[in-house]
Ligand binder design. Structure first.
Ligand code: NDP
Length: 442
């Protein structure tokens, strides 16, 4: 069965799961390069198995709100692939969550985790619960109910969830507490934990910092640096905030951030202390920024891609940078687009960017710093010790440089120099496929 035939099988099996099909299509597109030169590396047996999750768990999450009314959400955990290690991937809490979104994220996670060089398989979970506007007590009751079902399926050597959209330190803390209470087991079953109970220094910063380390490696390889560059970032959550921080430290000027209601533009460079106060302390909206900085502008209902920039870092959500956005970025002379979010750039936008000479880095490579640091948190938990911020940060930078090297060298090896998406997909796939073949048909 060739890749086109297998893709039809995948479509037939889940015709409505559009995000998942988009993610499979992107990986298959890169694998066609192997099909042309080394068809023997694409074993039929591996391909058929890799697109089917090992396990899909869907469960009811009942909880009682502050008015005493019972609410019901749906919980998911997709254990996609354990060929190279325990399942590993975050938990997304957002009203848009459905099986297609969790499956696409789990599928991407397989290759991302392989690229980190750490022994982690691919998984993802979540719920259509929306933490926005809920009291701490409501969030706690939801997290406890969610874990009361999930605990059966996870464990430090089985499946280790983490944060994602809507799941930060607060939610991970509540979930960890409930897991420990039910199982009487204090272990590294979740990553992104608080620093007083097994969390790793640098985990909060890791995805955003890692994105900038990857981007720095890409810039260096192409003869330039962050210094003096203008950067547009979308989102104002965990990834966006720490990407903004590191890009600024590396000498760039970040001029935009956003949320699902609109974006802010500050020609003087984003005041990150203020953003942290609004988002991390008050859990407010990004438009509150202009109340303190009236010289900045807030544009409601728009994304930041019409702003002139050298580097674009989409850090909000999937499919948030489309072909029209890509045209504006190219017209404004963007040099590279490196993804902080998972699959934020649509396929048409990716094609347009690359055809117009823009360097494009897929999230499965450029945002792998978060899961890499989670892997380092697992190591520290297993050894019952903690590394310093500097030690973890240094390891993180080393891992991101290595991921860039794999993307670059694999792309060159297969005759597609500078096409980092091809390098990422092939390098990740070959590592997992080799492990799957060695373990037999399981
Ligand atoms: P957060 O919940 O901290 O922040 C998400 C940000 O994206 C918010 O500003 C949010 O705005 C915005 N956003 C969410 N949904 C939408 C939407 N439908 N349209 C426009 N904006 C939206 O999440 P993270 O920063 O952790 O995650 C951001 C991205 O990075 C996700 O794609 C995630 O999968 C990916 N990622 C995260 C990692 C991590 O370690 N946290 C690791 C690797 C990837 P609003 O408040 O209005 O919803």
């Amino acid at each position: 069965m060739n890749l086109n035939e297998l893709y039809e099988v995948v479509v037939k099996r889940q015709p409505n799961d559009k995000e998942f099909l988009q993610a499979v299509d992107e990986v298959f597109d890169s694998l066609k390069v192997i099909e042309e030169v080394h068809p023997e590396l694409l074993s039929d047996d591996v391909l058929k198995r890799i697109v089917e999750p090992e396990r899909q768990i869907i469960f009811r999450v009942p909880w009682v709100d502050d008015n005493g009314v019972t609410q019901v959400n749906r919980g998911y955990r997709i254990q996609f692939n354990s060929a190279i290690g325990p399942y590993k991937g975050g938990i997304r809490l957002h009203p848009s969550v459905n099986i297609s979104i969790i499956k696409f994220l789990g599928f991407e996670q397989i290759f991302k985790n392989a690229l980190t060089t750490l022994p982690m398989g691919g998984g993802k979970g979540g719920s259509d619960f929306d933490p926005k506007g809920k009291s701490d007590a409501e969030v706690m009751r939801f997290c406890q109910s969610f874990m009361t079902e999930l605990y059966r399926y996870i464990g430090p050597e089985v499946d280790v969830p983490a944060g994602d959209i809507g799941t930060g330190a607060r939610e991970v803390g509540y979930m960890f507490g409930q897991y420990k209470r039910i199982t009487r087991d204090f272990s590294g079953v979740l990553t992104g934990k608080g620093l007083t109970f097994g969390g790793s220094l640098t985990r909060t910063e890791a995805t955003g910092y890692g994105l900038c380390y990857f981007t720095q490696a890409l810039l260096k390889d192409n003869g330039t640096t962050f210094d003096g560059k203008t950067v547009a970032i979308s989102g104002s959550g965990n990834v966006a905030i720490y990407a903004c921080e590191k890009a600024t430290q590396l000498g760039a000027k970040v001029v935009t951030l956003s949320d699902s209601n609109g974006y802010i533009y500050d020609a003087n460079g984003i005041d990150l202390d203020l953003v942290k106060e609004i988002k991390e302390v008050k859990r407010g909206r990004i438009k509150e920024y202009v109340d303190v900085h009236p010289e900045a502008t807030y544009v409601a209902g728009e994304r930041p891609w019409s702003v002139k920039c050298d580097i674009a870092l989409p850090c909000a959500t999937q499919n948030e940078l489309d072909i029209e956005d890509a045209k504006k970025l190219v017209a404004n002379g963007v040099f590279c687009v490196c993804e902080g979010a998972n699959m934020p750039t649509t396929p048409a936008a990716i094609k347009y960017l690359m055809e117009n000479g823009v360097y494009y880095a897929p999230g499965k490579a450029s945002n792998a710093g978060g899961v890499a640091c989670s892997g380092l948190e697992m190591s520290q938990n297993a050894m019952h010790l903690s590394w310093t911020f500097e030690e973890v940060d240094e390891k993180l930078e080393g891992i991101m440089n290595e991921i860039f090297r794999q993307c670059r060298d694999t792309a060159i090896e297969y005759g597609h120099e500078k096409e980092y998406v091809i390098g990422a997909n092939i390098a990740g796939f070959l590592k997992v496929a080799t492990a799957m073949k060695a373990q037999g048909t399981v």
